[in-house]
Design a protein around this ligand. Structure first.
Ligand SMILES: Cc1cc2nc3c(=O)[nH]c(=O)nc-3n(C[C@H](O)[C@H](O)[C@H](O)COP(=O)(O)OP(=O)(O)OC[C@H]3O[C@@H](n4cnc5c(N)ncnc54)[C@H](O)[C@@H]3O)c2cc1C
Length: 453
């Protein structure tokens, strides 16, 4: 490379300064010279993010800029933006965290080529996972398709210690494009973004709910889970930072959940088509409902007016907070696939529109797990009963009342069964759009047909 080389740290889904190997490598390589922190706003994927995620990331970028003392922003195609930057300031050494999603890998391959052609280079360090996808394999070298053996091998493989934040991060951030605006959506609250807020949330969880996590994690009415999926999705925290503070025995349930995140990323790495297609091709024969009636049911589900209180509370939480409790994600997903007979990918897309933690691997595989077409598939005859699930995991009805004001007048568990009380429908709550028992039987008929075929 001719001339002085500028070290660039191109932030993507790693919006932090601690435990950031690419940032540490750029700062070390710069030997005291400033590094250029960069964010490239690529319009198409930015628009593909839902409104809550855009608002959250825009706020997180501000927190990163304020923490670093500058952030250069370029708008446009990633390769063109980086080649443009090199043309403006001279040859670049662009440091990134390795991407593992199908789109991220394709983009980085293009960028590496374009940079090399213009006398610059892409340098990859670290991953968004404790163990980079693709590294945990069976003794014969093939990837795992079942969680439990993957998890065992992942624990045995282990991970590096967190990388400290560089003692000083000298920054050079020439004027660029503006940061995207933080557009608040009416009716949706977005949690505080940024590394400092994420570390605070983690400290509060570790000091409190973590102790009872194994017992209470399925209770959406309680604040029993970490809500760290959002900072993990945007890399405001590295999972290694969490794992370094956890005890593999005492905290095994929480460690296992972090393991699910890594497992799904690993499966997607090996099976990129599973983002949009059934992992189990037998499910390609599944008959789904289509047409205006199916579309109307999809809308009722998405807007939280199916007449099943636990399902509706979940879908309304999704819109109100850009997040939903895991137990409820499973129940609403099962309802879409098995009660409404719609393909999982229609629900997966609706989730992506609203979830701030919307992650290609965890979302597609969470949906495929429920649909039965993915890894560790739940047995096809397991159909969640949306009423019994509510009674079991929201025993006092508090979760339903929090999100469904039309049922606010019903005390205790009655909120789950408005049809059982005289004034159940007094405040405009809709009656069930389908009969669960009938649709369950129909779902089992359709599954039996594909299993025989
Ligand atoms: C249909 C469906 C779709 C989902 N879509 C997503 C998604 O887009 N993004 C996402 O991060 N998670 C997704 N999940 C997994 C899970 O629901 C969320 O990770 C969890 O609810 C986040 O809340 P939390 O941070 O409080 O989790 P905690 O219970 O505190 O768990 C800690 C962390 O472990 C990871 N984790 C926990 N459960 C799972 C799981 N089942 N699969 C993968 N990782 C897990 C998350 O990173 C989470 O932050 C989905 C699950 C289902 C059933």
């Amino acid at each position: 490379m001719a001339g002085p080389v500028h070290r660039v740290v191109w932030f993507r889904r790693d919006l932090r300064t601690r435990d950031h190997p690419a940032l540490a490598a750029a700062v070390a390589g710069a030997g005291g010279d400033p590094v250029l922190p960069l964010f490239v706003l690529v319009p198409e994927p930015w628009q593909r993010l839902g409104g809550p995620a855009r608002a959250y990331v825009a706020a997180s970028l501000r927190a990163l800029r304020d923490d670093l003392g500058g952030l250069h922003v370029r708008t446009g195609d990633a390769a063109a933006a980086l080649v443009g930057l090199a043309a403006a300031v001279g040859p670049l050494e662009v440091h990134v965290t390795e991407a593992h999603t199908p789109r991220g890998r394709a983009r980085d391959a293009r960028v590496a080529e374009a940079l090399a052609a213009s006398g610059s280079r892409l340098v990859v360090s670290g991953a968004n996972y404790a163990v980079p996808p693709g590294e945990v394999r069976k003794p014969d070298g093939t990837p795992y398709r079942v969680f439990t053996p993957f998890h065992r091998a992942w624990l045995d493989h282990g991970w590096e210690r967190p990388v400290p934040r560089p003692a000083a991060i000298p920054v050079w951030a020439p004027e660029g494009d503006p940061l995207p605006p933080v557009e608040r959506l009416p009716g949706t609250t977005v949690p505080e973004a940024g590394e400092a807020a994420a570390l605070e949330r983690w400290a509060a969880f570790a000091a409190g709910p973590l102790a009872d996590y194994g017992e209470l994690r399925d209770r959406p009415d309680l604040a029993a889970t970490s809500r760290l999926s959002i900072p993990l999705r945007w890399g405001e925290l590295h999972p290694r930072t969490l794992l370094a503070a956890l005890d593999p025995q005492r905290d095994r349930r929480f460690v296992a959940e972090l393991g699910w995140r890594e497992f799904y990323a690993d499966v997607l790495f090996h099976e990129p088509h599973s983002l949009e297609c059934n992992l189990d091709p037998a499910f390609d024969r599944m008959v789904h409902d289509e047409g205006p009636a199916a579309d109307a049911l999809l809308a009722a589900w998405a807007e939280g007016r199916t007449g099943y209180p636990f399902v509706d509370a979940g879908m309304r939480q999704l819109r109100a907070e850009g997040w939903m409790h895991n137990r409820v994600r499973m129940v609403v997903a099962s309802f879409l696939v098995k009660d409404l007979h719609l393909p999982w990918w229609r629900g997966e897309r609706e989730f992506m529109r609203w979830l701030i933690d919307g992650d290609p691997a965890s979302n597609a595989h969470g949906w495929q797990w429920v649909a039965g077409s993915g890894t560790d598939a739940a047995p096809y005859f397991r159909v969640f009963n949306p009423v019994l699930q509510g009674l079991k995991f929201d025993p006092d009805g508090a979760y339903v009342r929090r999100y469904v004001p039309e049922l606010n007048h019903l005390a205790g568990a009655a909120a789950h069964e408005p049809w059982k009380v005289l004034d159940g429908y007094a405040h405009g709550y809709p009656e069930p759009v389908v009969d669960h028992a009938e649709e369950r039987a129909e779902a089992l008929r359709r599954y039996a047909a594909i299993k025989e075929g």
